[in-house]
Structure formats: C-alpha cells, structure tokens
Design a protein around this ligand. Structure first.
Ligand code: CAA
Length: 240
C-alpha cells in the first residue's frame, strides 16, 4: 500500500507541483487548501489529487482535518508544510493583523500539522516532514518583517523537531525556495521584481517543479540520513 502524504496549500503554485511530483513518486496525495474552491476543483479534475479544506492556522480545524484524512486513507506518513501567505509592507505601515495572520498561518501551520501527524509517525517508526521556508527567512527582505520572521522560525522549528524525530525514523527538513514563478511572486510590483531578478545569478525565476524535485528527494526512502537540513533552491541568489 502506498504511503499517505498531505501537502498543505497544495492546490496551486509550488504546492500543486509538489502534489504532482509526489503522486508520480507513488504516494497517495491529499492536498489541503484554505479558501480557493475553484482552484481546488480544478486541481482535483486535472490531477486526480483529493483536496480537503481547512485553515492550517486553526489548531482544532487542523487536528480534525488530519484525523479525517487518516480515517479515509490510512495513517499519514508524509507532511509537506507548504501553505503560506504574504502581507507585505514596511513596518511603519504593517498592521497587527498583517503580522499575526502571517505568523499564525505560515509558522503556526507547521506546529498544527506536526501536532496532528508527528506522534503517529514516531509510533510507527517512519515519517517525513518537509517544511517550505524561504530565502527571505534566511536573508531577510525589505517589507517583510512578518514573513521573514515566520520563515526564519520555520528553519528553527525544523532543526528542533528533527532532533526529536531522529531516533524514531522521522526526518524533518526544510527547503528554502528563492523567487519562484507563482501567483505570490507575480504580486510583487514589476519594478521591484525586476530588481530582484537582476540579482539572481542564473538570471531567471525558479519553476515550481524545481522545488518539487527537492521535496521528492527529502521524502524518499534514500533520504533517511538527511534530517535537520535546509536545501536552498534559489538560483544562487543567496549562498548560505
Ligand atoms: N532596500 C532598500 N530600500 C528599498 C527597498 C530595498 N530592498 N525596496 C524599496 N525600497 C525603498 C524605495 O526605494 C523607496 O524609497 P524612496 O521613497 O526613497 O524612493 C521606499 O523604500 C518605498 O518603497 P516602495 O515605494 O516600494 O514602498 P511601498 O510601501 O509602496 O511598498 C513594499 C513596499 C510593499 C514592501 C514593496 O516594496 C514590495 O512589494 N516589495 C517586495 C517585497 C518582496 O520581495 N516580497 C516577496 C514576495 S514573494 C515571497 O515572499 C516568496 C518567497 O518566499 C521568496
């Protein structure tokens, strides 16, 4: 029987590419999403991946959502914490809600999903958690104190949980994408994005499937000795 994997924020962008890659790798994939029903329906129709709606920033909703997935498909062995939002703005303009929403969803989502799925992985002696961080959590980014703090937190969270899972066959790793050609990056003003792309040594935005390939490796049997690591996939923009 194939292993069950949940990809949060899995119906669009990087998350969708991860779903497609892990499906091709032989996993049973469940894509979680929070709001966009049309995108979820399109994802189900075009990939055959089942989509389940809950807010990963909501602790109880996440516990209930993961329990439902386990009941229908079996124990969850792989979690990819990909769901994330931006609420960009310089600190003097950023509201408390902009701060709190990003922390609650981007970082809180990793905690909530791990609380739901990590104990079972530990008991069964096998698991893979991959957290999607960001170059902006490593290097900081003008106008992103909320996002940079949450993503930086994800990198710390990864290293701490990796230590707790190591003896039980549960690996916990992060990927730090650079600027990838997705709706999120398309929302950056053109004049700002041009300057960012000019600083990417390979001279282009990344593609979502280039992140998915990294996730695929970290979820494989062969990656059992890789834990607590961060794989930077950023076209050379930040060598860390
Ligand atoms: N460093 C220093 N100064 C900067 C700067 C930078 N990187 N970027 C802008 N500034 C300066 C501008 O030059 C300008 O200065 P002047 O007024 O003296 O000319 C001042 O800051 C105001 O800039 P804006 O006009 O851009 O200010 P704004 O309030 O309209 O917008 C912003 C601010 C929303 C942060 C906008 O700059 C922006 O969207 N920046 C992009 C942020 C970004 O990269 N987000 C990534 C989203 S994708 C993602 O996060 C995925 C991932 O993981 C990589």
């Amino acid at each position: 029987m194939s292993r069950v994997a949940i990809v949060t924020g899995g119906t669009r962008g990087i998350g969708r590419a991860i779903c497609e890659q892990l499906k091709a790798d032989g996993f049973t994939i469940i894509a979680n999403y929070a709001g966009n029903d049309d995108a979820a329906q399109h994802c189900e129709e075009t990939t055959g991946v089942r989509c389940y709606k809950w807010d990963v920033g909501d602790h109880q909703a996440t516990l209930a959502g993961c329990a439902k997935v386990a009941e229908e498909f079996g124990p969850v062995d792989v979690v990819v914490n990909n769901a994330g939002i931006t609420r960009d703005g310089t600190l003097h303009k950023m509201t408390y809600d902009d701060w709190h929403d990003v922390m609650r969803i981007n970082l809180g989502g990793c905690f909530n999903m791990s609380k739901a799925c990590f104990p079972g992985m530990r008991e069964r002696g096998w698991g893979r958690i991959v957290n999607i961080g960001s170059i902006n959590g490593q290097a900081g980014q003008y106008g992103q104190v909320n996002y940079a703090a949450a993503k930086s937190g994800i990198h710390g969270f990864t290293k701490a949980l990796a230590q707790e899972g190591a003896k039980s066959g549960v690996t916990v790793n992060a990927i730090a994408p650079g600027y990838i050609d997705t709706d999120m990056v398309a929302a950056v003003p053109d004049n700002v994005l041009e300057k960012i792309v000019a600083k990417i040594p390979v001279g282009r935005l990344g593609q979502a499937n280039e992140i998915a390939r990294g996730v695929s490796f970290l979820c494989s049997e062969e990656a059992g000795f890789v834990t607590g690591s961060t794989m930077s996939i950023n076209g050379g923009q930040h060598m860390y």
